[in-house]
Design a protein around this ligand. Structure first.
Ligand code: SF4
Length: 193
């Protein structure tokens, strides 16, 4: 148990790099979190309500964060052609360039130099901990589409050979492009044993 406690203490200290007082490069910690998330989120999660759920805040606070990021030119919103009340948020080119200054780089760089096996083990350990915590607290965390219980993969055989994979989401009843399966989704649910 002592090793587990040590690991959690270290995680807590890492969290201080993510959550800080004041601003870094002009953004507060929640604004950084929002910009980082929106640069990695799929189209279903690039909405004000999904952002509020990810950041763990109210819709009002999420609107304020969106407004700030828009004012700085890092974010833009598009209204849906079919439903004018529905809005999709996108990180602008300027926002993508600004992300190189993300304060989490000090955590990313030491992880990036590990060999692939160590990186995969590190990532999978964190996932395992989150999955178990979700099960204990009956909640779910945001994760990549390719691990989601709702993702369906079809391969249509042609001439007896398996065809290219086609993906769809059973929750949103919509096709998913292959490039989207590595993106984050706040409606993600993992397979429970
Ligand atoms: S399959 Fe899951 S993660 Fe992917 S879009 Fe649907 S709900 Fe989101």
């Amino acid at each position: 148990m002592i090793l587990a406690r040590e690991a959690i203490e270290l995680l807590g200290q890492m969290a201080r790099i993510l959550w800080f007082e004041g601003t870094k490069h002009g953004l507060r910690d929640r604004e950084w979190m929002a910009l980082r998330f929106l640069s990695r989120a799929n189209r279903f999660s690039r909405t004000p309500s999904a952002l509020a759920s990810y950041v763990g805040t109210t819709r009002g606070t999420a609107s304020f964060i969106i407004g700030e990021l828009e004012r700085l030119g890092y974010l833009e919103r598009q209204r849906s052609a079919t439903d004018k009340r529905s809005v999709t948020l996108s990180v602008t080119q300027q926002g993508k360039k600004f992300l190189v200054r993300d304060p989490i780089s000090v955590l990313l760089e030491p992880i990036a130099v590990l060999d692939d096996e160590a990186k995969i083990r590190f990532r999978d350990t964190l996932r395992h901990v989150l999955d178990q915590a979700d099960a204990a607290e009956q909640r779910h965390h945001t994760d990549v589409c390719k691990r989601c219980i709702f993702l369906r993969e079809d391969r249509t055989a042609t001439d007896g050979k398996p065809g290219a994979a086609e993906f769809s989401c059973r929750l949103f009843r919509a096709p998913i492009a292959e490039a989207e399966i590595d993106l984050l989704c706040t409606s993600f649910e993992h397979h429970r044993q």
